[in-house]
Design a protein around this ligand. Structure first.
Ligand SMILES: Cc1ncc(COP(=O)(O)O)c(C=O)c1O
Length: 645
């Protein structure tokens, strides 16, 4: 593989001859004589993997102003975090300059050993990012074609290959999947539950790529990653501040940990039925209120970016939490690529958060369920064993190896070409936006449209790769459009609200898909004639939500004696299960919560609009029996309400 090196030398003539020497040794070269030129090349050319630079360089051509040492390297990393930086200089005493631990190596110019430079640069790129130790070992093992006297029962596909009834299963998935779907009894493939070999190495490479101290692979989605962290960081009775709109795995984690949830209401954009970020002041004031009330507040968890692509001013929030001794988990299920393009910086890790969880499968190239936990908590060593216990509690003892390999391969891809892929994704997103807006009856929402007033001054940004499209002018409801796209045009979108649809542009998108979507929308527009906005959409738009108090810890309620009652009879009772209209996916009820008329009205409005309601089978709600309520109250288990803003 010919790696591309950006060589920086203020002397243009020397630069040219050095480039030639290195090109002759198999490196691809681009050159710059000042920071500005180097910066422009880094922004434009995503295939640059390495920077070879002088210690001090002019900011611009012929300018007296210079940049050096840690400041210079920091500026490079602020554009492209994943590049390897080497010094190539006459300077012999680098220790006198503050290099901030940000460089990967040093070459002395006077020695003119270009063979050494070419060899070491290649070796560093390979050892730090261009390898996938687990994936490569799995391939090697599969090719050995060993006789299997262990699980899984299909024995490298032998049980299905010639079967009349399962041969199609084998042929569809192919030999490689069966050969690589092997059991944990193969030592050369390491153990996910106690990594010491190639999985450990793969995780270390991921930690480097994602800017964490430690990274752990999980094979049951970010749902598992979230539960592992919550169980690790919270003991029964500890409190956690969580966005009410966070993923249900967080709510389940709270139940298992026996923690006290302090819910933060997200901002709501009623015009489009979108739950946005939690207002910054609400987060800060709630931390203070909880601590003042004597709560054992240990953790703040937020989802960044939100499902609709709204990005918090996360660094400031992390600093505010840390100043109060509170750990921060950021659920980056939808934002795993944030460390690979400056359009999205900073990722949670770069912003100083203690933990982040990412669905590598959602937005990068890993298989479904493949997820990562990134750790930066300076106190992690003290809880590492407990973390491992919780990890083991949630993990399968038979993790799927192709899935682990996909994490390794997806990481390598992002470290090597993530910037270029994301650059292209951003260009595609801009092109798609322009084409959709040109259709007139469809409009891509801007940041200003998505924000509600309460978060307008919170420094929130929009991830341009998540496009929310207002479909109300088309006269079709979003559900009808979703249906038409799927059935008539073979296009599956990500989600919808009552008057919007959302599409994700990922590193796998391309101009063909883009234009198929535009043509499909143009066709729907033509068919819409003189239709008007549906009435049911308006009903949902005007509806307001006020949540009720939590009477008992979710854990007590979850395990309490309960009965099922029709929705209309449930007012005044205590929920023992989570009830979630989907979309939007925010739980209207969590175990332990008092059921009010307001909430029942909201549930019925959703139901009448045809929204799927999870947790209310046949319109019945699971509630605590009166005897159980009395028993728990008698034991002093009723919670003192904490009024959060
Ligand atoms: C914010 C958030 N966190 C976590 C998850 C769970 O991720 P996974 O599907 O990888 O289990 C999701 C899934 O949609 C999500 O939206």
């Amino acid at each position: 593989m010919a790696y591309k090196v950006l060589l920086i030398n203020p002397n243009a003539r020397d630069l040219e001859s050095e480039m030639r020497m290195l090109e002759e040794r198999g490196l691809q070269m681009v050159g710059a004589t000042c920071f500005k030129e180097a910066y422009d090349l880094l922004v434009k050319d995503g295939t640059i993997h390495v920077i070879l630079t002088e210690l001090i360089i002019p900011v611009k051509k012929r300018s007296k102003e210079t940049l050096s040492g840690a400041e210079l390297f920091g500026r490079f990393l602020a554009v492209r975090y994943e590049v390897n930086i080497f010094l190539f200089t006459h300077e012999t005493d680098c220790a006198q300059f503050n290099t901030g631990g940000l460089i990967n190596g040093y070459f002395h110019k006077g020695e003119e050993d270009f063979d050494d430079i070419a060899a070491k640069v290649k070796a560093e790129v390979i050892s730090s990012k261009d390898r996938a130790p687990f994936f490569e070992t799995l391939v090697e093992y599969a090719r050995m074609d060993k006789d299997a006297w262990h699980t899984p029962g299909h024995s490298s596909g032998d049980s299905v290959k010639n079967s009349e009834y399962a041969g199609d299963f084998f042929r569809f998935f192919g030999e490689n999947l069966f050969q690589s779907d092997i059991s944990v009894s193969v030592p050369m493939l390491d153990s996910l539950l106690e990594p010491k070999g190639v999985i450990k190495e793969a995780q270390e490479l991921a930690a480097r790529a994602f800017n964490s101290r430690y990274t752990f692979f999980t094979t049951n989605g970010t749902s598992t990653s979230n539960k592992v962290l919550i169980q690790t960081l919270l003991k029964p009775g500890d409190a956690i501040l969580l966005d009410r709109n966070c993923h249900k795995s967080v709510h389940y984690g709270v139940i298992v940990a026996g923690a006290e949830p302090l819910y933060l209401m997200p901002s709501v954009n009623n015009t489009y039925g979108i739950f946005g970020p939690v207002p910054k002041q609400r987060i800060i004031q709630s931390m203070d209120a909880a601590l003042k009330a004597g709560k054992r507040l240990k953790v703040l968890i937020l989802t960044n970016c939100t499902y609709d692509g709204l990005i918090y001013d996360i660094k400031d929030i992390v600093e505010q939490a840390h100043a109060r001794g509170i750990k921060v988990i950021v659920d980056e299920a939808w934002f795993g690529y944030a460390n690979f393009h400056r359009a999205f910086y900073p990722s949670a890790m770069a912003a100083g958060a203690d933990y982040s969880t990412q669905s590598t499968h959602k937005t990068m190239s890993a298989f479904s369920q493949a997820s990562m936990i990134h750790v930066q908590d300076p106190e992690f060593e003290g809880i590492r064993e407990f973390f491992q216990e919780n990890f083991n509690m949630q993990a399968s003892t038979s993790p799927q190896y192709p899935m682990i390999a996909s994490l390794d391969a997806a990481r390598r891809q992002m470290a090597m070409e993530g910037y270029a892929l994301l650059q292209r994704t951003l260009e595609l997103a801009a092109a798609l936006k322009k084409s959709i807006n040109a259709l007139k009856k469809f409009r891509v929402l801007e940041l200003e449209d998505l924000l509600s007033d309460e978060v307008r001054n919170d420094g929130i940004r929009l991830d341009p790769t998540k496009l929310t499209i207002d479909v109300s002018a088309s006269g079709y409801s979003s559900k009808e459009i979703e249906h038409l796209l799927l059935t008539k045009h073979n296009i599956q979108i990500e989600k919808s609200t009552f008057n919007t649809i959302t599409v994700l542009i990922t590193i796998g998108s391309n101009y063909s898909k883009l234009n198929r979507l535009v043509l499909a929308l143009a066709n729907i527009q033509r068919m819409s004639g003189a239709r008007r906005e549906s009435e049911s959409a308006k009903t949902l738009r005007d509806f307001k939500l006020s949540l009720s108090r939590i009477r008992f810890l979710p854990r007590y309620a979850f395990y309490a004696a309960s009965e099922s009652v029709p929705m209309r009879d449930a007012a005044g009772r205590v929920a023992t299960a989570m009830v979630v209209p989907y979309p939007p996916g925010i739980p209207l009820l969590v175990p332990g919560q008092l059921i009010t008329e307001d909430i029942l009205n909201a549930l019925m409005t959703y139901r009448d609009y045809g929204v799927e309601i999870h947790g209310a089978p046949d319109g019945l709600l699971k509630v605590m029996t009166p005897a159980e309520e009395e028993r728990l109250a008698g034991q002093g288990r009723e919670m003192t309400p904490l009024e959060l803003v």
